[in-house]
Design a protein around this ligand. Sequence first.
Ligand code: ATP
Length: 265
Amino acid sequence: MKNNILEVNNLSISFTQYSRGLDTIRITPVKSLNISIKKGEILAIVGASGSGKSLLAHAVMGILPINASIEGEMYYNGVLMDQKRIEKLRGKEIAFIPQSVNYLDPLMKVKDQVQIGLPKDRAKAVQEQLFGKYGLKKSDGDLYPFQLSGGMLRRVLFATSVKDDIKLVIADEPTPGIHPEALNAILTQLRSFADRGMAVMLITHDIVSALKICDYVTIFKDGENIETAPARAFKGNGSELKTDYAKNLWNSLPQNEFIDMEVFK
Ligand SMILES: Nc1ncnc2c1ncn2[C@@H]1O[C@H](COP(=O)(O)OP(=O)(O)OP(=O)(O)O)[C@@H](O)[C@H]1O
C-alpha cells in the first residue's frame, strides 16, 4: 500500500442483462483483479480483446454503465475510493486518455480544446505546451480536429487530458496504427509523465512499444491478472516469467526491437 498511487484489490465487475425479455442473466467479465502503481511508474496492461482492460480503466474513472456492479476495493493515495471521491478527482488528479479520438469536439479549434476548464492565466501556458512538448506547429492550433492527422489528434488528446496537477494517468490504447514519429512522441510523453512523478496505467496491445517505456507489465486473461513481471523480464531470456501465457508472449517478441530502448529510458 505504501507509496502506491493506485491500488486495486480483488476487483470484480458484473453486469445484469435481460435475455428474452424477462430472464435476467449476470455476467462477470472482471474477476478478482489486483494491480498497484506507484508514483513515477508505468504499468503496462496487456491481454486479449475482451480480457477486461478497459473495464478496469472505466471502474477507476467511475464511468461504468448503470447496469454494472463492482466488488472489491480501489485505493487512491492510500484512501479508499468511492464514486463521490472519484468524481472529485476525475480530470483534476486522475486523467483518462480514451481509446477514441472522437471525444474531441470537431467544431472547436485545437488551441481552444486544450484550455477547456482552465483559468485564463493557465490556459496560455497549456497552449504553449501543445506547441512545445507535443511538437505541433503554431499554425496547427487554428485547425479543427477533423483537419488533423491521426498522430496529431492523439497528441491533442494527450494535451487536453493531462494537465499539471494530474497524479494518475490512464491511457487506453494510445498508440493504435500511428506513424513511428507520432508513436515516439507519445511514448516519450508517457515516459515524461512518469519521470515527473505521475503514475501511469498504459493499456495496450502494442507490447513492443510499451516495453520501451514501462516499468512493469501485467497480463490480463479472461478478466483476471494472471502475471505481473518487471519489463526487464520480457527483454532478457524470459527465465523470470512464470505462466505459459507470459512465456508465449515473450517468445513472440522481436528481441532486436529493444536495441534503441535507451532513447526512452
Ligand atoms: N456494458 C457492458 N455490458 C455487458 N458486458 C460488457 C459491457 N462492457 C463490456 N462488457 C464485456 O466485458 C468484457 C471486457 O471488455 P473490455 O472492454 O474491458 O475488454 P478489453 O480487454 O479492453 O478489450 P479490447 O482490447 O478489445 O479493448 C467484454 O467481453 C465485453 O463484451
